[in-house]
Write a protein that binds this ligand. Sequence first.
Ligand code: BT5
Length: 261
Amino acid sequence: MSLPNHQFIDQKTKWLGHRLHYYSQVESTNQIARELAKKYAVAGTVVLADRQTGGEGRLGRRWVSGDGGLWFSVILKPSIQLENTPPITLMASVAIAEAIEKNTQLKPGIKWPNDIYINGRKVCGILTEVVTGEDDSYSIIVGIGINVNITKEAFGQELTLTATSLSMELKREVERDEFFYKTLYQLEKWYTIWHDRGFQPIKDAWKKHNITLGNQVKISSYDEIIYGQALDMDDHGALLVKGSNGEMRRFNHGEVSLRTI
Ligand code: BT5
């Protein structure tokens, strides 16, 4: 895509994405955002690329990011204590689920903490990182990968059974520039709600889209594997799981992988 034109979009953001760094190819937009945030970056700066050669997933995993997807990273500077910021990832998943639902009529589900699925396959992943700047202030980078117009072949054998794209589900291509700006609009909206009103509205919206609670899950956390039932999400966004031995456990995202079984 060329640098997207957003003149035709009726839902414009007030600040998010007004500073936009656009590349046709990068290793990772999160990597560029980290460099920008370390020096200085205005809150709401967005790094967008058509292609990533080294797309990053969580816990050192890779993110397949060829042509046709939306790969971007948002730099946020919440005026909130760092320890209260983990819900930002959940906030972003709510915003993206709403962007997909409102603009495609597909029914996205959020797998805790922040993967978005459609019809049992992953359509979007989010990678959140904290960066401390040279002046000791901190930024949060929210890296978002949305499979917009990716074909089944482009996913390769590894992902063919687990990944999907909006175009595969809709059986038509989606206008990517427009969808990008509509997603930024939802992100700004939900970020403002979280900043002004706290986690409760995010939690309520997250629960409406959730596809994890109530299910049997397998959790890998450090060297441990736990089987149990996902019962609830607490007021900090942690997952509450009743283990098969009856013990209640609490998991923060970032440190675990979860599979619904
Ligand atoms: C994530 O990691 O889901 C976070 C992905 C974040 C990607 C964005 S793109 C823009 C920004 N810049 C970056 O460099 N990264 C961010 P995780 O939960 O660890 O999931 C990774 C796993 O998802 C892999 O191990 C694969 O199994 C699977 N996967 C890889 N690429 C995929 C894709 N395009 N679609 C669906 N699943 C994929």
